[in-house]
Design a protein around this ligand. Structure first.
Ligand SMILES: [Ca+2]
Ligand SMILES: [Ca+2]
Length: 133
């Protein structure tokens, strides 16, 4: 039973070490902890990098000007304007047009409802989008 006590202390010590390991992994995680699973139903989601990585901006409605919008899930504040590289259209009923300029200007391309776009035309150029329902 004395031996049991010693093992008990060792066990607790290992548990603490194990927890510290988990914490350091969480802190050291790369900033790519976004995915299509983060996109709310009925929203269209823009991602900062290709393959839905490194930041997400999620919209139910159209947005005519990205200059005051920012990605979620980035370690530092990253503006949405001219930074989108992939899109998941999770809107069940609307397609979307994505425009090079604010106020739905310039070149655009369309996404279909419930479709995935791991890389997009107009990479790092999008400045507005409009729902087409
Ligand atoms: Ca980008
Ligand atoms: Ca632009």
């Amino acid at each position: 039973m004395l031996l049991h006590n010693a093992k008990g202390r060792l066990g607790r010590g290992m548990a603490v070490l194990g927890l510290a390991g988990v914490v350091s992994i969480a802190v050291g995680m790369p900033a790519n902890a976004t995915s299509t699973a983060d996109c709310t139903l009925y929203h269209v989601c823009m991602f900062k990098d290709v393959n839905y990585n490194n930041g997400i901006a999620s919209y139910r409605q159209s947005d005519s000007d990205y200059r005051n919008n920012y990605f979620d899930g980035t370690p530092q504040l990253v503006g949405l304007n001219d930074n989108t590289s992939s899109i998941y259209n999770h809107n069940g009923s609307c397609n979307t047009n994505h425009y090079e300029h604010i106020n739905y200007g310039g070149t655009y391309f369309s996404t279909l409802r419930s479709h995935y776009y791991p890389s997009i035309p107009l990479n790092d150029q999008l400045s507005s989008h409009k729902n087409i329902c």
